[in-house]
Design a protein around this ligand. Sequence first.
Ligand SMILES: NC(=O)c1ccc[n+]([C@@H]2O[C@H](COP(=O)([O-])OP(=O)(O)OC[C@H]3O[C@@H](n4cnc5c(N)ncnc54)[C@H](OP(=O)(O)O)[C@@H]3O)[C@@H](O)[C@H]2O)c1
Length: 332
Amino acid sequence: MEMVTGNMVAAIMEEPMAPLVVRNMPVPVPGKGEVLVKMEAAALNPSDLSMLTGGYAVKPRYPFIPGIEGSGTVVGHGGGLLARLRMGRRVACTSSPGGGGTWAGYMVTSAAKTIPLPTETTFEEGASLIVNPMTVVAFLRILKGGRYRAAVNTAAASALGKMLIRLLKREKLPLINIVRRTNQVATLEEAGAEYILVSSSPGFEEKFASLAERLEADIILDAVGGSLAGTLISKAPPGTRFISYASLSGDNISIDPKELLQQNKSAGGFYLATWLASQSLTSTLSDISKVKRMISSELATEVSASMPLSDINKAVTEYRKQMTRGKIIIKP
Ligand SMILES: NC(=O)c1ccc[n+]([C@@H]2O[C@H](COP(=O)([O-])OP(=O)(O)OC[C@H]3O[C@@H](n4cnc5c(N)ncnc54)[C@H](OP(=O)(O)O)[C@@H]3O)[C@@H](O)[C@H]2O)c1
């Protein structure tokens, strides 16, 4: 066992919907199979915003330190083979359910939730190496495994959406990108998107139906939910598979059962943690190495600003206002 003692600064959520409080607290102690990561950079993702408002899949126990993803150096461990192997390594990491998060000077997490960073990968890149990139390579596995002809993605100006555009372009798989604002079109064109539709523009439903039919789109990856998702399911060609991977609108999806039963459409969900638990070690290791290879290219994340942990409430407010502009990285 190797320990670090003393105090650290952490952002703490003391009760639901309260502003974050930044204060000193003791550095946590890793248990068996766990590592202590000295945090260098931490991302702000939509899942963090859901966690702050109590809407995330994992329900926090208050008070807690938020932050699902980040990067840093392993400076302590509580024993166990993998934890010992990680000692001294620069890693990308995610928090463990029920443990502290990445918005702190140090975080204890399971050694299995760390990925060693290649020498050329910066901490800033490492802060967004797991959640979105691993999801995008999982989507590629789903698309290839199901031999889908063309895909649809919503909230397509997201960091994840841009990764998907670049990766599917490389794979020569057509992708219909749906955004909600006209000013997001240029961003997607820059990322290399060929098919872009704006859901708020006149004639959207007809344009989607005709493009989806022409490209024989047969899978929808949806991050929005609500009425948009219902429209896409209804207007997509027969046989389309619908996968919900987020609920940015916060609204339920209404589906006419006849769409499913008469047109052989199907609906399901994707959650990265569940997906990873269902995959073989070999396929996960192969996906991790693909992510590491592409983290500065197809799977790169744009960063709009870096802020110190003391500005965490400002960072959350700015990110909420301007999600498309790029990620805000916290430097603890
Ligand atoms: N299921 C999983 O395991 C999994 C894994 C990874 C990511 N995700 C999800 O993937 C999504 C993208 O993540 P990210 O980190 O790439 O996001 P991001 O870079 O922060 O971007 C979020 C995007 O969503 C758009 N958006 C927000 N609310 C919207 C709404 N109601 N309708 C349409 N568009 C909306 C924003 O556009 P505006 O500028 O117009 O607000 C922005 O372009 C998130 O919802 C995240 O939770 C899920």
